[in-house]
Structure formats: structure tokens, C-alpha cells
Design a protein around this ligand. Sequence first.
Ligand code: HEC
Ligand code: HEC
Length: 303
Amino acid sequence: MRSGSRNTLIALALLAVLGLLAFWLLSMPRPLTAADIPRHTADAANGERMYQAAGCISCHQPSPDLAGVDASVPAGGAPLETPVGTLYPMNLTPDPETGIGNWTDLQFVNAVQRGLSPEGEHLIPALPYTSYVHMKPEDVLDIRAYLASLPPVKSPEHEADITALPLIRRGVGLWKWVGLDTTPWQPDPSQSETWNRGSYLVNGPGHCQECHTPRNVFMALDASKAFQGGPHPEGKGRVPSLRGLIERGRYTDAADLASALQYGEVMGYDKLSSGGMGQVQRNISQLPESDIQAIADYIASLE
Ligand code: HEC
Ligand code: HEC
């Protein structure tokens, strides 16, 4: 072999090693530490409200093979189709063996707001931590307190059958550099208290943008097109835009939009059932009217 081509090979091998090293370093987990968690007396009633706004049950519903477990109990194990394959979101009841009974608050906050497992693995962003990251950590701790108040259910973990899942998880770590914006939610002082409450519920726990905002080439939410609608999770048609709903005559005013979110299609509204929106609407309907109105006021203001 001529020394020129040998040098090229060595250079390429070095580059590959450096590339792997960079991949490894850049994809390292960056968890919150105990110092990031505020001192907080948990409020399980607020936790239940946040749990409904966040729609945890939509994905953590009990597996069909769990006999006698009510569908409203987040015992987990039901299949969830995601772009990387089928996952089985886990048991969120306080069962110490198969649920989160033995988790620390820090582990819980890291899972929900940073997409990290207690073992430090990156979670697939099918768990919408990309929105939950903007929540107040106090509200996440309150969800934990609410979950701890539920009766424990034994619901063994179903392993996802996805090839190269560990490598995909590591790739998610790299993706977080572009896809995970950790800025906390900020109120807009020029807007009313109700509007700000709505903005928080929509952009934090409600994770409405995960479906209603299109993604860029990196599969990250495209902030310049926020709420303009996106591809339909079921493949056909589009997720509708939430901009200009009043101007376009979809709803007469914010109160009409609030009643659509509260009652759904049974009250004669349409476009509120497919692609996961039916579950979102049912979860939202559990919220106090003031919160539903706040969500509607905020959405109605998006021109
Ligand atoms: C849109 C679906 C979806 C919603 C909504 C959702 N999750 Fe999940 N969750 C998932 C998926 C999928 C996983 C598994 C991710 C993985 O294995 O990488 C998961 C995993 C978890 C885990 C386990 C992490 C681990 O280390 O195994 C916890 C804890 C969790 N979710 C809590 C919550 C809470 C609390 C809420 C509501 C605030 C919530 N999830 C809402 C889909 C969801
Ligand atoms: C899992 C994906 C998903 C999430 C999360 C989601 N939506 Fe939707 N949304 C949809 C889809 C899909 C439709 C269209 C449903 C249909 O046509 O049956 C829709 C429709 C709507 C409509 C009706 C639009 C119209 O033209 O009348 C409103 C209003 C709405 N969503 C509000 C929200 C709000 C508020 C949130 C957050 C609390 C939210 N959505 C979260 C998927 C989602």
C-alpha cells in the first residue's frame, strides 16, 4: 500500500473514532440535580388537575390483559404506536415493584421533564417531555403526589420489541440538542391572567403543539409555524391549524370554543375526535370550567 493511501485510511479511521466520541459525548444524559428541584409541599388536588391537563392517561392506560382494572387507572402496558415502533408506556401507580412507588421525586421529574429514565437512558419523545419541560416543577411534583394517592396496581412492564432501541435512545440524546428547548414557560405581562393561564396549560402540560405545530427537518417543533397544523398522526389528512379559528368562522367566539373543548362532538361540534383529539378533549373536559375557558381564550387569540 502506498503511504499516501495508508495515511488517508488512518485519517479516516481517526475521524470515525472522533465522530463516535463526539456522538458519545454529545448524547450524554444531562439530568436535573437535587438542587434544581424546588422545596415544595405537594398538593395532590392540583396534581390531579395537572394530570388531566397533561393527558397522562391517554398513553398510560391499562393493558387490555389486566382484568378488573378500571380504564381510568394509569396502570400502563397498553401498546402505543410511535415512529420508531410499538412502546408500552409503564405503570404509573404506586406499586413498588412494577410501578413508580419506589421512585424518588428527582427521578420522576427527570423522566417527565428531561426524558431520562432512572438508569439515565434517553426516553423516546413519544412521551411529550418536549412540552412538559416547560412546566413548573412544582406542578410535576403535584402530579407525582396525585399518582401516589392512587391504589397500587400490579402491571408488569412490557418490553418494547424494537431493534437497536439502545442505539435509538443514544440518538435521542443527540437529538435533544436541537429538539429539547429547556426554557421554562414565561408569562406575558401585557396579557390577562386568564390568557396567561391558558398559555401555560396549552404550551406546558397540554402539549397541544406536539400535534398542532409542524416539525422541521430535525423533527423538532418549528417555532416559526407554531399552531399552524401538521401531519395527521393516523396518516390521512392534516391536524388542523389552531390559528384564526374565530376569524375563519370555525367558532363564533372564545366561549363557543370553550364549549367545544368541554363537550366535544356530542354537542354538534366536529373535528374533535380523530388522531388522539378525542382523548385530549375528554381529558380537558375534566378540568374546572375556568381552566377550559383559559385554554379557549388563549387559542382564540392566535391569529
Ligand atoms: C403521548 C403519549 C404519552 C403521554 C401523554 C404521557 N406519556 Fe409517559 N410515556 C410515554 C411513552 C411512550 C413512554 C416510554 C418511553 C420510552 O420507553 O422511551 C413513557 C414513559 C413514562 C415514564 C417512564 C420512564 C421510564 O424510565 O421508563 C414515566 C414516569 C411517565 N411516562 C410519566 C408520564 C406522566 C406523569 C405523564 C403525564 C404528565 C405522561 N407520562 C404522559 C408516553 C406518554
Ligand atoms: C395527539 C395529537 C393532538 C394533541 C396533543 C392535540 N390535538 Fe387538537 N387535534 C388533533 C387532531 C388530529 C384534530 C382533528 C380531529 C378531527 O378532525 O377529528 C384536532 C382538532 C382540534 C381542534 C378543532 C379544530 C377546528 O378546526 O375546529 C381544536 C380546537 C383542538 N384540536 C385543540 C387542541 C388543544 C387546545 C390541544 C391541547 C390541549 C390539542 N388540540 C392537542 C390532534 C391533537
